[in-house]
Design a protein around this ligand. Structure first.
Ligand code: HEM
Length: 448
């Protein structure tokens, strides 16, 4: 069991913000099935800071649900520490990945990873991302109702493999796809939520054994890419993340990052980067299908060569249905949040869907109204789909490039229409996914 879980203080109602009395299993199921509805019910009852008592946490998961506490949790790094707090994800992404690295090493690792993800560098990928989107578009334009999320997952995995590894060989890309798909399948990832003894490798048929085998196949492929790139003659001319990292200064003076560090870092990038982006793409097309007036206005705006409304649409989708449910920290010492006690080592979550639906910040919070993003910027920390502070997502520019490219290309070819009722959100691990994959039907524009 990871350190953060071992250190976590047990539940004690006097030491934590208030919580519902329902048993842990009931709270877990309610959160998974209706993360936004259940969170809002608790916020109405207890105010902007409350505890959730859900698996796999044994104490209370302290939740911050308004702009003031969201900001405190994300930016007060002395009180709320990141890295260890991502203990839940460590067995998947690797304890040495940026996501799981606590300070002070975190800043050093982040400095290494930031340059390849800088906005200007990511902009150089626009044409190649456009090519990948156009190549995959026919699979979406079937004429029938299709769930966008699985389609987008295939696309965003291809993009991340291209951007991170420069992978173009179709055979190796297919091997990656098979390995990653099997590893992130929900029945496999569910292992992360099992009690520690059941997560162990107890033979090939045990859930833990299967998890470790599938993880090993993903990491083997990544190890192969690292080894090949170390000796590639064209390494210095390449612009993929792996080549840039190999050319960068790393752990020691004059040396680049070592293989073990690279392996965790690259695994983290692949896993952090593709499902989140696919989920945002799915929500955006699904919301457009269910809001035809916005959709038609957007199509006109794009036809006129503007991307102003496009950016506003993507922001509104990120507000209403943020792909990542929360950013996690742990309390560095006994402290308080919103007037409630928080014990040392407790897990503390900045819960984005709640701040994003706060009526004091966002009038008519449930309405899909992209034009609200056309004026002034929102209040700081009112809109944080990519987290904030020193740990803000490094993939923001890439994720936005992918989402905007998909929406632009889809709307050039077709208009999304509903293929069933508007879908509610479910919580899958830390991702807020559309319950049926974000189904839409695409009507070709020539026939429109
Ligand atoms: C729409 C898509 C995405 C969303 C919604 C998203 C969201 C987030 C959030 C909420 C965090 C936590 C921030 C915090 O703790 O304050 C995060 C961290 C991170 N994300 Fe993303 N992300 C997305 C795409 C990507 C992509 C494309 C990549 C890279 C390929 C990526 C790599 C990372 C990494 C490495 C971290 C850890 C940063 C750190 O701890 O310093 N993400 N992301």
């Amino acid at each position: 069991m990871s350190d953060a879980f071992t250190r976590e203080p047990p539940w004690d109602p006097r030491r934590f913000p208030p919580a519902a009395r329902a048993p842990r299993t009931v709270q877990t199921v309610r959160l998974l099935l209706d993360p936004q509805g259940y969170g809002r019910a608790l916020r109405r009852r207890f105010g902007p800071v409350f505890s959730l008592r859900t698996y796999p946490y044994r104490g209370g998961l302290v939740c911050a649900a308004d702009v003031a506490t969201n900001r405190e949790v994300l930016t007060d790094h002395e009180r709320f520490t990141g890295g260890d707090a991502a203990a839940l994800l460590a067995p998947a992404v690797g304890a040495g990945s940026l996501i799981c690295t606590p300070p002070p090493a975190h800043l050093r690792h982040r400095r290494l990873l930031l340059p390849p993800f800088h906005g200007a560098r990511i902009a150089c990928w626009a044409e190649r991302v456009g090519d990948l989107v156009r190549a995959r578009l026919p699979a979406l334009l079937t004429g029938g109702g299709v769930p966008v999320r699985p389609w987008a997952q295939r696309l965003t995995l291809d993009v991340v493999l291209r951007v991170v590894f420069g992978l173009e060989d179709p055979v190796r890309a297919a091997a990656f796809r098979r390995a990653v798909d099997a590893f992130v399948a929900s029945d496999n990832v569910a292992v992360l939520f099992l009690p520690a003894p059941l997560r162990r490798d107890l033979g090939p048929l045990s859930p833990g054994g299967r998890f470790h085998r599938l993880r090993a196949s993903v990491r083997e492929l990544i190890r192969g890419e690292i080894a090949a790139r170390r000796v590639a003659p064209d390494r210095d001319e390449r612009d993929d993340v792996l080549s840039l990292l190999l050319g960068a200064g790393g752990d020691g003076p004059g040396s680049g990052p070592g293989d073990a560090h690279l392996l965790d870092e690259l695994t983290g990038l692949v896993l952090a980067g593709y499902e989140t982006t696919a989920t945002t793409i799915a929500w955006t097309l699904h919301l457009l299908a269910h809001h035809p007036a916005v959709r038609d206005q957007l199509a006109d705006d794009l036809d006129a060569g503007s991307d102003r409304l496009l950016k506003a649409v993507v922001r509104e989708s990120e507000r209403l249905r943020p792909a990542v449910h929360n950013a996690m920290r742990t309390a560095a010492h006994d402290t308080e949040l919103g007037g409630h006690p928080v014990p040392r080592h407790a897990f503390v979550a900045a819960v984005f869907p709640l701040t994003h639906l706060d009526a004091d910040l966002w009038p008519e919070p449930d309405a899909f109204r992209p034009e609200r993003h056309l004026g002034a910027d929102p209040a700081p920390y009112a809109l944080t789909p990519f987290g904030g502070g020193l740990r803000r997502c490094i993939g923001t520019a890439l994720a936005r490039l992918e989402t905007e490219t998909v929406v632009r290309e889809v709307l050039a070819a077709a208009l999304p229409e509903p293929a069933g009722p508007q879908e509610s959100a479910r919580l899958m691990s830390v991702t807020l996914v559309p319950a049926r994959g974000g189904r839409v039907r695409l009507r070709p524009r020539r026939a429109a």
